[in-house]
Design a protein around this ligand. Structure first.
Ligand code: FA5
Length: 340
C-alpha cells in the first residue's frame, strides 16, 4: 500500500468518524478500519512485500494513521457517552426541594357524624350527654329496667352473657339507670353508644350496632312531650318530610310503650330487604317511664314521671344516606367510607 493510499484511507475514515451520528455507526467505522480484518490490518499484511527502507517509512505512517483514528474514535465515543448521560440526567431530574404531597385527610364515620349532630341538637334542648360501659351488670341491663330473671322479655334480646353477673349490654337503656341514680330528678339525658346482640346478621341486623338512649324525668311529663321531641329529632336528621307511624310496642320499662316507625326511605315504602318488604322501618321505640323503673332507681313515681326512647342509630344512618346494607357500615372498607 502506497503512502497516498494510506493518507486517502486515513482521511476517509476520519471523515466517516466525524459524520457518524450514532455509536453503532462509529463502531462500524472502527471495525472496517481498525478491526482484525480491517483496512489497516490488510495494509500491514502487505508490508512484507516492500523494500526495507519503504517498509520502515510506511510502517511509521501506518502507526500514525492508526493512532490518529483511535484517538478520533475515542473522542467521538466520549462525546456520545456524555450526551447520553446529559439526556438521562435531564429525564430523571427530581426537585428534592418540592414540598411532600400531603397526607390524605380522613373523615368521621357516618355513624359518628350523625351521633354528633344529635348530641348538638339535644344539648340545645337542655339534655346532658352521658356515657356508660359496654360491659354492664345484669342488674342495669335487665332487672333495674323491670325485666327480672325468668321474665319472657329477656328473650327479646339475644344476649352475650359474661361470667360474674355481667353482660355485653344489649341496649343503651342501662344508662337510664345510671343517669337516674347519679343525677336524680329532674333529668334530661341522652346516651349514645355501642350495643351487642347475638343476632343473625342480614341487611338490617348487625350483632354490633349503635343506639342513642334518651330520657326526660320531670313533673307532669306527657306523651305530648315525647312526641314533640321525637318529631324534632326526625326532622333535624332528615331535613324533609318523613312519614312516621306510632303503634303500640311492648317494653317492660315503659308504660304505655310505642314503636315509632318511618316509611322506608330506601324503597319509598314499596318493599325491600331493609324494610323486610313491608315498607316500614322500626326506628324509635319509646314510651312513658314505668313507675317500677323510677322506684328501683330511688325516684318517687308519685312525684316524678318521664319519657324514654331508644333510637336505632345505625338504622337511622342507613335511612339518612340510603345505605341498603347495614354490613357496609361495619366493613371498614375505605372505598365506602370515603363517600361521607
Ligand atoms: C330497645 O333496645 C329498647 N331498649 C329501646 C327503648 C328504649 C324502648 C327506651 C323504650 C324506651 P329494640 O330492641 O327494639 O329496643 O331496639 C331499638 C332499635 O335498635 C330498633 O328500633 C332498631 O332500630 C335498632 N336495632 C335493634 N336490633 C338491631 C340490630 N340487630 N341491628 C341494627 N339495629 C338494631
Amino acid at each position: 500500500m502506497s503512502e497516498e493510499q494510506l493518507n486517502e484511507l486515513s482521511s476517509r475514515a476520519l471523515q466517516r468518524i466525524e459524520a457518524a451520528s450514532t455509536e453503532e455507526e462509529l463502531e462500524t467505522v472502527r471495525v472496517e478500519a481498525l478491526g482484525r480484518k480491517g483496512a489497516l490490518a490488510q495494509a500491514s499484511r502487505q508490508m512484507g512485500a516492500l523494500a526495507p527502507e519503504e517498509r520502515a517509512r510506511i510502517g511509521k505512517l501506518l502507526n500514525a494513521v492508526k493512532q490518529s483514528l483511535e484517538s478520533s474514535l475515542e473522542r467521538r465515543k466520549a462525546a456520545f457517552a456524555e450526551k447520553a448521560l446529559r439526556e438521562r440526567l435531564e429525564s430523571e431530574w427530581v426537585d428534592l426541594t418540592l414540598p411532600a404531597p400531603g397526607i390524605r385527610p380522613g373523615s368521621l364515620h357516618p355513624v359518628t357524624q350523625v351521633q354528633a349532630e344529635l348530641e348538638d341538637l339535644f344539648i340545645s334542648l337542655g339534655f346532658t350527654v352521658l356515657g356508660g360501659p359496654e360491659v354492664e351488670t345484669e342488674r342495669n341491663n335487665f332487672d333495674a329496667l323491670n325485666i327480672p330473671p325468668e321474665h319472657p322479655a329477656r328473650d327479646m334480646q339475644d344476649t352475650f352473657w359474661l361470667e360474674g353477673g355481667y353482660v355485653l349490654r344489649t341496649h343503651t337503656s342501662p344508662v337510664q339507670v345510671r343517669g337516674m341514680e347519679r343525677l336524680g330528678p329532674p333529668l334530661r339525658m341522652i346516651a349514645p353508644g355501642r350495643v351487642f346482640r347475638n343476632e343473625e346478621v342480614d341487611a338490617s341486623h348487625e350483632h354490633t350496632f349503635y343506639q342513642i338512649e334518651g330520657m326526660m324525668v320531670d313533673r307532669d311529663v306527657s306523651i305530648a312531650h315525647l312526641l314533640y321531641f321525637m318529631k324534632t329529632l326526625i326532622s333535624a336528621i332528615f331535613h324533609r318530610d318523613v312519614t312516621v307511624r306510632l303503634r303500640p310496642g311492648y317494653f317492660p320499662f315503659v308504660e304505655p310503650g310505642f314503636e315509632l316507625d318511618i316509611h322506608c326511605l330506601i324503597c319509598g315504602g314499596k318493599g325491600c330487604p331493609v324494610c323486610k318488604y313491608n315498607g316500614w322501618v322500626e326506628l324509635l321505640p319509646c314510651g312513658l317511664v314505668h313507675p317500677n323503673v323510677l322506684r328501683m332507681s330511688g325516684i318517687d313515681p308519685e312525684e316524678w314521671n318521664g319519657f324514654a326512647f331508644g333510637l336505632g342509630l345505625t338504622r337511622l344512618v342507613m335511612m339518612r344516606y340510603g345505605i341498603d346494607d347495614i354490613r357496609l357500615l361495619m366493613s371498614g372498607d375505605l372505598r365506602f367510607l370515603r363517600q361521607f
